[in-house]
Design a protein around this ligand. Structure first.
Ligand SMILES: [Zn+2]
Length: 129
């Protein structure tokens, strides 16, 4: 009896995956086996992480209709996080920055609240648009 599928057959069946991915899977499989982690365990973990990440993404996706307008030019402002800890390069400990995306406008407003907190302040997002 032949124990292994021939190379061409394996290549064809796994064509969607890169060689690196296949190697990663082998490593993952070995680690799972050593630690008694089943495929069902892994699936549960993946689903849990997906749910957590999509919740996080939701918190960071701003309600466009509520985005504040630039006091200088009237464009809708954008916000980005400031990841520098309080220190010589961020003396005030700013955590986020509202800025105007218009090319010829330089409006900026620094905030002590994180992006998520600033977005939360705008209120809930309208559904079904
Ligand atoms: Zn502006």
């Amino acid at each position: 009896m032949e124990l292994y599928m021939n190379k061409e057959k394996i290549e064809k069946k796994l064509a969607a995956f890169s060689f690196g991915q296949i190697q990663d899977f082998m490593t993952l499989h070995n680690v799972m086996h050593k630690n008694n982690i089943s495929m069902a365990d892994l699936e549960g973990y993946i689903n849990g992480e997906k749910a957590r990440l999509s919740k996080e993404l939701e918190a960071f996706s701003p309600p466009m209709e509520k985005m504040p307008k630039c006091p200088k030019c009237g464009n809708k402002l954008a916000i980005r996080p400031i990841n520098l800890p309080k220190g010589p390069r961020n003396r005030q400990g700013w955590k986020s920055l509202w800025h105007c995306p218009a090319g010829d406008c330089v409006y900026e407003r620094y905030c002590h609240m994180t992006v998520a907190e600033e977005i939360k302040k705008l209120g809930p997002k309208k559904r079904g648009i």
